[in-house]
Design a protein around this ligand. Structure first.
Ligand SMILES: Cc1cc2nc3c(=O)[nH]c(=O)nc-3n(C[C@H](O)[C@H](O)[C@H](O)COP(=O)(O)OP(=O)(O)OC[C@H]3O[C@@H](n4cnc5c(N)ncnc54)[C@H](O)[C@@H]3O)c2cc1C
Length: 463
């Protein structure tokens, strides 16, 4: 059988994992395959609730502009629905009190926006839209435990009912395309070995960053501020992070973060004490006005991991990886959901390419390309963090020059919109990183003065 994943050559596609990357891939595959089945190990909750297979769902998730555009391209009107459900739209830098690299950002008019609604709500909305398509079926409460076929071609997946015990028989679901969207802890390496194929090399950078998140209820305008949220960004000289953002149901999520050895505690009193380690008391002051209404949830698996399916190896036709299963990021940069959606857009474009046969290798290459900028941003910043481990943390030939230039970008981004606007476009994945080297930006970065920025947190827009 020829290796052609498009042109209606796929009869049955199976997607492993029914979270954002899997659901959006299924949405696209429904346009190309006769039938698509999503296999999800959880049983979905009825409504927009957290579930065990997505433990990060209790933590703060922002949907950046590049992600919004991709969600809208895949599910027209998606961000309107999100807003109608109450997800707050936050303008940057106008609506935030933000500290980064020793400076408070001036609250100049917004040039980028993100949504800060709850992660379970966003996934629930996607679920409803994707499963409304009769070409997409669901097998829930079942775990994929292996592949069938051989190292030249995948023929299906082996499933086991969740909670059935390892002695329970597996069942085979035949497919001519299998997409791994089972997240950062994917077992694809074992599944590939099981059919005599080779696992991809895993590149990693791990700063040991850990999250602690708690839900709070706060008065309408705490601290006499008109800011929507607060963000203290960690950097190589200051490892602690703190974010306060509303999620649209009258509550706020507060996330504190620290590196290996200084992880935030999950004890409620100690959590608020830990906030005092931040370089400014503004988040502690905010916490003093608010009431904690949940336990503190911890999360530690935050390394950047990229699986290099693009490199040579004995791997089967008809097997693709997407989302976190392909490339997972340090979450502090807020990119994973956006990349899941940008990858589904890339999948759609690669499968419909009229000029080139969409072979497994080409389509997998397109999926990797969709994650490249986010990877460069995330690993570029993490390389500089103290104690970063992993093979992708090794300094490259150009790192010193890039670091010098980016240092100057950051000094100016907080107060000069000529630098700040393209900086935010690149970070929110709506413009390439080369935007930061465009003539007008480079002129301001190389020769412009370092602009004045507020000496104290700008609690009000007109401060
Ligand atoms: C703490 C934290 C904060 C984050 N904050 C942000 C943010 O602000 N903005 C942002 O854009 N992104 C953020 N992310 C990233 C984001 O959560 C993910 O990128 C996004 O959920 C897409 O992931 P995914 O669909 O690839 O995998 P996941 O969401 O991890 O889902 C994997 C799915 O596969 C299922 N599964 C696993 N194994 C099997 C199996 N063997 N068989 C069947 N099903 C299986 C699981 O049950 C789950 O449903 C954050 C991540 C973390 C950890």
């Amino acid at each position: 059988m020829a290796d052609d994943l498009g042109h209606r050559a796929t009869r049955h596609a199976v997607v492993i994992g029914g979270s954002l990357a899997g659901l959006l891939a299924a949405r696209v595959l429904a346009e190309h395959a006769e039938r698509v089945t999503v296999v999800e190990r959880d049983r979905y909750p009825e409504g927009p609730e957290a579930r065990p297979g997505v433990p990060q769902g209790r933590h703060l998730h922002v949907l950046i502009t590049g992600g919004q555009q991709a969600f809208d391209a895949l599910l027209p009107g998606f961000t309107d629905e999100l807003r109608e459900l109450g997800a707050p739209k936050v303008g940057m830098p106008e609506d935030m009190v933000q500290w980064q690299s020793g400076k408070w950002f001036s609250r100049t008019p917004a040039t980028a926006h993100y949504y800060s609604g709850a992660r379970p709500q966003l996934e629930w909305l996607v679920r409803k839209r994707v499963f409304a398509d009769p070409r997409v079926e669901l097998i829930e409460g079942h775990e994929t435990v292996g592949l069938t076929g051989d190292s030249s071609r995948v023929r299906g997946v082996r499933l086991r009912e969740r909670g059935a015990g390892s002695e329970k028989e597996t069942r085979v679901l035949e497919a001519d395309l299998v997409v791994d969207a089972s997240g950062r802890s994917t077992k694809a390496a074992d599944w590939l070995a099981g059919i005599g194929a080779e696992a991809p090399h895993e590149e990693t950078i791990d700063t040991g960053l850990a999250y602690g998140t708690r839900v709070y209820r706060a008065p309408a305008q705490p601290l006499d501020s008109d800011a929507v949220g607060y963000f203290i960004v960690p950097d190589p000289g200051q490892e602690y992070g703190g974010v306060v953002l509303p999620v649209g149901d009258g509550t706020h999520l507060v996330t504190l973060s620290g590196l290996r050895g200084n992880e935030p505690p999950t004890d409620e009193g100690a959590f608020e004490e830990y906030a005092k380690r931040l370089p400014h008391p503004v988040i502690s002051d905010w916490l003093a006005t608010a009431e904690g209404v949940s336990p503190v949830y911890g999360f530690r698996a935050t390394s950047n991991v990229r699986r290099r399916y693009d490199r040579p190896g004995r791997r089967p036709a008809g097997f693709l990886a997407t989302g976190d299963a392909l490339c997972a990021f340090n979450p502090i940069y807020g990119q994973g959901m956006a990349v899941a959606a940008l990858s589904a857009v890339a999948l759609r474009e690669a499968l419909a390419d009229p000029k080139r046969t969409p072979t497994t290798r080409r389509v997998q290459g397109a999926l990797l390309d969709a994650s490249r900028q986010a990877w460069d941003i995330s690993t570029g910043a993490d390389k500089k963090m103290p104690g970063a481990l992993g093979d992708a943390a090794t300094p490259g030939a150009l790192d010193k020059a890039v670091e010098w230039y980016m240092g100057r970008v950051q000094q100016r981004a907080a107060g000069d919109p000529v630098v700040g606007a393209p900086f935010r476009r690149a970070l929110t994945l709506t413009a390439p990183l080369t935007t930061l080297f465009a003539p007008a930006v480079a002129k301001a970065v190389l020769f412009g003065p370092v602009p004045e920025t507020p000496a104290e947190p700008p609690l009000r827009r007109d401060a």
